[in-house]
Design a protein around this ligand. Sequence first.
Ligand code: PMV
Length: 365
Amino acid sequence: MIEKDFIPSAYQHQIEEGKVTWKSPSNIALVKYWGKKENQIPSNPSISFTLDACATTTIISCKKLAKAAATFSFDLFFEGKPKEDFKPKINTFFKRIEKYLPFLKNYHFTIETSNSFPHSSGIASSASGMSALALGLMSLEKQLNPAMDTSFFYKKASFLARLGSGSACRSIQGTIMQWGHHAATENSSDLFAIKPSYKVHSVFKNYHDTILLVDKGQKQVSSTVGHNLMHGHPFAEERFKQAHKNLLALKSVLEDGDLDSFIKIVESEALTLHAMMMTSMPYFILMKPNTLEIINKIWAFREASKTHICFTLDAGANVHILYPEQEKEEVYQFIKNELVAYCENGQYICDRIGLGAKQLINKVE
Ligand code: PMV
């Protein structure tokens, strides 16, 4: 599919008002997206586990305006309170997607959003937030065009979410999502994420992700700045090639359930992401001393226990600890006894691989 395929023809239906609610999760990349081209096109393909507990719920209510507005008309509430500082981001998002959702200027929108995870936990809310918003807008478009089929609905929701925040396109469905053109993956696209067509081994069912909140402060470098630092980065081209190779290797690993190889790819990807930041100009170190303490403890425990615990990182200091369902008791004990001490205020989130976003039924008022 190409961009043009997401521009709708004239709507068959009209609605005066509507209300929709979506709950959409965050995701954690196994092969990382870092570096992008114009229009949120990734410089390399990526793959992620969709999460379950870390999610954003967004209610969108809309009312038709007497005549189309010159600018986007919307109110925004975060956890029940007006949130003026989120508005420019939504406005930019609306501008980017207007071509694909031409009804946007015909309505006034009230957007009410809340997160399941603690505010300013350093957990990226853009993936869950932008995917919940994109799905809500798609549900409204579906009311204008009831003939739209489910597969197109999800593809376009992912396409729109990508224009809000790249990684958000991988939050729409579960349990594993791949985004970005990859020669060895049929139907892969830079425009939206897909579910890989191969059968994933049962060891990945209920896979756990315990997120250790090492540093809940503001991000030192925004992901926009970070992605841009890959332009002219001395190691960028090799890194992009490596991501293609790792994605191919991970395909067999996910099919065969080879956890030792899984660990090697996932940990190497996490450290490579941080290595790219450490070797850009300007350079950054996003890990904190406690991030390294935790990594060393994980390695020592893995060696001693022969479990398959491993870590991955986002663009920050928090550590995602991944482990299979069968080893959850032993690993969880270790986390509680030895790792929680390295978390800010002892905070961590128990999450696991999830099935993707869900539409919630609005209560009748
Ligand atoms: O979606 P963005 O633009 O915030 O980028 C996120 C990039 C990483 O989280 C660091 C990696 C990834 O693939 O999710």
